[in-house]
Design a protein around this ligand. Sequence first.
Ligand code: NAD
Length: 473
Amino acid sequence: MHDYRMLIDGAWVAGENGHFEVINPASGRAFAQCPAGSLEQVDQAVHAAQVAFRQWRLSSHATRCTALQRIADDIEAEAEALATLVVQEQGKPFALAMSEIMGGAAWTRYSAESEIPVRLVEDTPTQRIELHHKPLGVVASITPWNWPFMIAVWHIMPALRSGNCVVSKPSSLTPLSTLKLVEIIARHVPRGVINIVTGERGFGGAIASHPGIRKIVFTGSTATGQSVMRAAAGNLKRLTLELGGNDAGIVLPGTPVEQVAEAIFQAAFLNMGQTCAALKRLYIHESQYQAFSQALVELAGRQVIGDGLEADVTFGPVQNAEQLALVENLVADAQAQGGRVLCGGARLDREGFFYPPTLVADVTDGQRLVDEEQFGPVLPLIAYRDVEDVLARANASDMGLGGSVWGADAGEAQALAQRLESGVAWVNCHAQIQPNTPFGGCKLSGFGVEFGLEGLLEFTTQQLLYVRKQEGQ
Ligand code: NAD
């Protein structure tokens, strides 16, 4: 069984608390061992990053840009091995894992090419005022288990590009592809600029409260995000909190079923539904409820379920047993309240954490499957009659990550989408993201954004430079 190491101050070290096992969700069995670090090792990693920051903060934009381009080159060169690791630890089909890796390379190149602007606020005969952006210091990245490689890239690359040093803490369920990413990064940056610590318990909390860390970029559940925010108050850490979502999709009357059903299905079941901004509640006008339900059931029936490393598999397992149990509970609760399972609805009788794509009809707001984030392969189908009413129901959620409106008339759909209370509003698509467009939620889905210039600047603190001119200057 492959035994991994953590990177602290340029050295690959074993965990002082031994190791823990990483489970392949397609078999339910351990396939690798990951170091269980100690809290002293967290301190060492933070200290190493603090020391490295003294020089890295002074590095030129060209130096950082070149380093990130080389990292992207290596990610691309090693994409197949990285994707295989993602499948083994996370469960998604290989083609999707490849898109995660290549997306990681593309996001890295975007960070490399980003410019950190200096804004000339005023330049008069008596004074010159400029707005600069400076790195913060040590940035901690805490990542979840659904897109482990891609989200680590989203956190780490803009942090490095803007001159910070990083301590990465991946989910203990999926630490391996991040360890490999850090190995690649470490080839191209000085010692201590990137560090990674892995462990099962107490690590996230220790990082969130650590006085040597200036910013935390956190992606995970709302409950954990709230805990991070509380713990971060001690030294007023900057925070980017990308938390849970319960995105609504609203299908307007007259929407051409055959044109959009596939896109809706993919938006809901992307990564077996384990995507923050997946479509998690589908509101269909009653005039088309039957037609849409049938089309989605047919698409679910076409999925090839299995180990993501097997050829032709399009649908992998749920990542872990706990998440699978949550999905089972939500479906059972919906059924107890009259919900009708149109397809799927029970875990597969085989090893691993397999649950087929599941559609549940005749459910409504106020039921757990609609109100809570399922984060798994089940989609509630909710009938509505009145457009104003459905907008109110979509907005009644505490979450506000994304939302979408689907319709034949793009103008009408856009007008409604703009009234969604969400960080992103999509029209005739859902969960579309790209490196140059700021992404983030509102309400209990968090605050702060990633991507684009706005995302990059979140890794900086501004400094206003105010120069009083002497005569003749
Ligand atoms: P989680 O909150 O359980 O864990 C996320 C990370 O936090 C892990 O690394 C975990 O070890 C760490 N952690 C646990 N306790 C901690 C603590 N007290 N302090 C600091 N860190 C701690 O989330 P998860 O189950 O890994 O991921 C699923 C959730 O993430 C879903 O709610 C999903 O919507 C959300 N998510 C959001 C986005 C987004 O961009 N908004 C993206 C992906 C996932």
